[in-house]
Design a protein around this ligand. Structure first.
Ligand SMILES: Nc1ncnc2c1ncn2[C@@H]1O[C@H](COP(=O)(O)OP(=O)(O)OP(=O)(O)O)[C@@H](O)[C@H]1O
Ligand SMILES: [Mg+2]
Length: 265
C-alpha cells in the first residue's frame, strides 16, 4: 500500500510539485475542491483566476502555511507536512515542517522586508540564522544575489529608501539566498506602480531562464504567455483548464475561461 506513495515509476522524472485531490476548507467554506496538478523540475507554471478562486490558498498549502483537509501534496517527492509510515500519515513536528519549508522560496504581493535592516542584511538574515552560514560568506553571496537582481548599488539601503520594484527584487534575492528548489510567487507585481512591474518580471524571467522551478500566481498575461510553460485557470476552487499558455489564452476551451480572459486581456 504505502510503497507507491511518493515513489515515481522507474525512469520517470519526479515532479517538483504534485497535488492529488487537494481539498481545503475554512470552516464550512470549501475553498479548494480537489486540485490535481504536477509541476516538473524547471517548469514555470502560471496560475490565473478571479479573486477568491483559491489561488493564494493553494500556494500556501504547497508551503504548508495551510493544512489541507483531504488529498495529498508532494514537493520534490516529499509529502508536505506528513510522514508516511505503515500506510498511515503522521503529521510532522513544527521543526520538520520548517525544514521542508526551507527548500521553498515564497514571494508575496507585499514585500515584507525587515524595515530596520538594509537590503543586504535582509538577504543574509535567514542563511545566517537558519542555515548557520558564516557571516562573511553570507555577505559575499548576498551581495552577488543583489547584483543578480540588479541592485548592486543598493546593497546598503534600507527598504524605505527603495522603490517598490527594488524592494520586491530584494525580497526575491532574500528568497534565493536560502537556495530553494522551488519558488512560489503570489502576485509579486500587483502592488507595484505600472512602470516598476517590468523590472520585477525581468528578474523572474531571468530565474526561469536559469532553470528555477516556479509557480506564479499573476495577472500579467504577457508574462504568462512568454515565460510560462503551463497556464492554469482556476475558478471557484477547481482547475477549469490548463495547458500551453498560448493555447489557453488564444483558444480557451471553457466558457468560464473565456469570460475571465475577456475581462483581463
Ligand atoms: N484564513 C482564512 N480564513 C477564512 N477564509 C479564508 C482564509 N483565507 C482565505 N479565505 C477565503 O478563501 C477564498 C479563497 O481565497 P484566496 O485568497 O485563496 O483567493 P485568491 O484566488 O488568492 O484571490 P485574490 O485574487 O483576491 O488574491 C476566499 O473566499 C477567502 O475569503
Ligand atoms: Mg490571492
Amino acid at each position: 500500500m504505502s510503497s507507491a506513495v511518493g515513489t515515481p515509476a522507474p525512469g520517470a522524472v519526479q515532479p517538483m510539485v504534485k497535488a492529488e485531490g487537494v481539498h481545503k476548507s475554512f470552516g464550512h467554506v470549501e475553498v479548494l475542491k480537489g486540485i490535481d496538478l504536477e509541476v516538473a523540475p524547471r517548469e514555470v507554471m502560471c496560475i490565473v483566476g478571479p479573486s477568491g478562486s483559491g489561488k493564494s490558498t493553494f500556494l500556501r498549502c504547497i508551503n504548508h502555511l495551510e493544512r489541507i483537509n483531504a488529498g495529498r501534496l508532494w514537493v520534490n517527492g516529499h509529502l508536505v507536512g506528513y510522514r508516511e509510515k505503515g500506510g498511515r500519515l503522521h503529521e510532522l513536528r513544527d521543526s520538520e515542517v520548517a525544514a521542508q519549508r526551507r527548500d521553498i522560496g515564497m514571494v508575496f504581493q507585499r514585500f515584507n522586508l525587515f524595515p530596520h535592516m538594509t537590503a543586504l542584511e535582509n538577504v543574509i538574515e535567514a542563511p545566517i540564522q537558519v542555515k548557520g552560514v558564516r557571516r562573511a560568506e553570507a555577505r559575499e553571496r548576498g551581495a552577488a544575489l543583489l547584483e543578480r537582481v540588479g541592485l548592486a548599488d543598493r546593497v546598503h539601503n534600507y527598504p524605505n529608501q527603495l522603490s517598490g520594484g527594488q524592494q520586491q527584487r530584494v525580497a526575491i534575492a532574500r528568497a534565493l539566498a536560502m537556495e530553494p528548489q522551488l519558488m512560489l510567487f503570489d502576485e509579486p507585481t500587483s502592488a507595484l506602480d505600472p512602470e516598476l512591474v517590468g523590472e520585477v518580471l525581468d528578474v523572474m524571467r531571468g530565474l526561469a531562464t536559469d532553470g528555477m522551478t516556479m509557480v506564479v500566481v499573476t495577472h500579467e498575461m504577457g508574462f504568462a504567455r512568454e515565460v510560462g510553460d503551463t497556464l492554469v485557470f482556476m475558478d471557484d476552487g477547481v482547475i477549469v483548464e490548463s495547458g500551453d499558455p498560448r493555447s489557453v489564452l488564444t483558444d480557451p476551451q471553457h466558457e468560464r475561461t473565456r469570460s475571465f480572459l475577456s475581462k483581463v486581456l
